[in-house]
Ligand binder design. Structure first.
Ligand code: FAD
Ligand code: FES
Length: 286
């Protein structure tokens, strides 16, 4: 892991930092937004991370689990997460209110190669909870807009009520320095003003981009990858410029327990961001 992304040295790498929930609210029926601040202000401000990295969040008595950092490093001090209720830890997290304490350790994983992406087009394709890691890179691009060429967002959800960060994306949708297309598979409200269809139906609506100058970032449900990858290959985006953030079962997050291993790869260290090239060589990744 890059030195600049590490927390200040800790004596015990498994010891979480106490962090306070500053804000929490429902994004959809089963997904909640958490804004948290590490209790020690100095540590809060020196917590450096890259978009695409994750943190281990722990709740006393319930355990811990990995979650992508959804906030952008360009706005230090607060960390944001977007969490779907799935089991023991997330159930406990959903019961916590503002001001409650949780534990945080990290940041972990490789994150997106932001340095290489500079001066390139950035095409972000997200589906469902895939918005969690990709919101970080989107906000980071928008906060450092002069460092990137064209920034395009394609975001798909099943229904309007299931679109994560819907209000936020509607707020930025008409920015002149962003091309943003939103879609739902089905409109059960009769009030949806954007595209209707699976996320791949947005590709023909995109303005033309130079594929050699483009990084494409994908995160979403497993079924989405196959069809989105086909579209990206049709656009002729180089395989090593197609980046995916993938989930594996993890326990330690730091390459010690072997839970996330595939062959010789530890996805907590070598991932969660992989290129399409990596995936072609390790089909088990998806
Ligand atoms: C790098 C990374 C980033 C992530 N980012 C996010 C994020 O931003 N937001 C988010 O909501 N989630 C994210 N996740 C997923 C999240 O870590 C899991 O949903 C986590 O398991 C939730 O913990 P839990 O204790 O609430 O659920 P668990 O109690 O662990 O249960 C979760 C699900 O897994 C099943 N399960 C439990 N144990 C096993 C087992 N041994 N084998 C197979 N299935 C099992 C359960 O039946 C349930 O369906 C991320 C995962 C990774 C690896
Ligand atoms: S989660 Fe323990 S080695 Fe990766």
């Amino acid at each position: 892991m890059n030195q600049e992304n590490q927390c200040p040295p800790q004596t015990n790498p498994f010891k979480p930092e106490p962090a306070r929930i500053v804000r929490t609210y429902y994004l959809t029926e089963d997904v909640k937004f958490f804004q948290v601040r590490i209790a020690d202000m100095e540590k809060a401000l020196s917590f450096r991370y890259k978009p695409g990295q994750f943190a281990m969040i722990s709740v006393l008595g319930a355990g811990e689990a990995p979650f992508s950092i959804s906030s952008t490093p360009s706005r230090p001090g607060l960390l944001e997460f977007c969490i779907r209720k799935a089991g023991v830890v997330t159930d406990a997290l959903f019961r916590l209110k503002e001001n409650h304490l949780i534990g945080i350790r990290g940041p972990y994983g490789n994150g997106f190669p932001i340095q290489n992406m500079k001066n390139h087009n950035v095409l972000i394709i997200m589906g469902g909870i895939g918005a969690a890691p990709l919101r970080s890179v989107l906000l980071n691009c928008l906060d450092n807009r002069d460092q990137f060429q064209k920034v395009t967002l394609l975001h798909g959800a099943k229904r309007p009520a299931e679109m994560i960060f819907r209000d936020e994306f509607f707020d930025i949708k008409d920015r002149e320095d962003l091309e943003c297309h939103l879609s739902v598979d089905q409109d059960d409200t009769g009030e949806w003003s954007e595209n209707i269809g699976v996320v791949t139906t947005l590709f023909p609506k995109m303005e033309k981009i130079d594929p050699q100058q483009t990084y494409a970032l994908v995160c979403g449900p497993p079924v989405m990858y196959k069809f989105v990858l086909q579209e990206l290959l049709k656009l002729k985006i180089p395989r090593d410029q197609i980046l995916m953030t993938l989930e594996r079962r993890m326990k330690c997050g730091v390459g010690k327990c072997g839970h996330c291993a595939i062959d010789y790869i530890y996805t907590c260290l070598d991932g969660p961001v992989f290129t399409y090239w990596d995936v072609l060589h390790m089909r088990e990744l998806i």
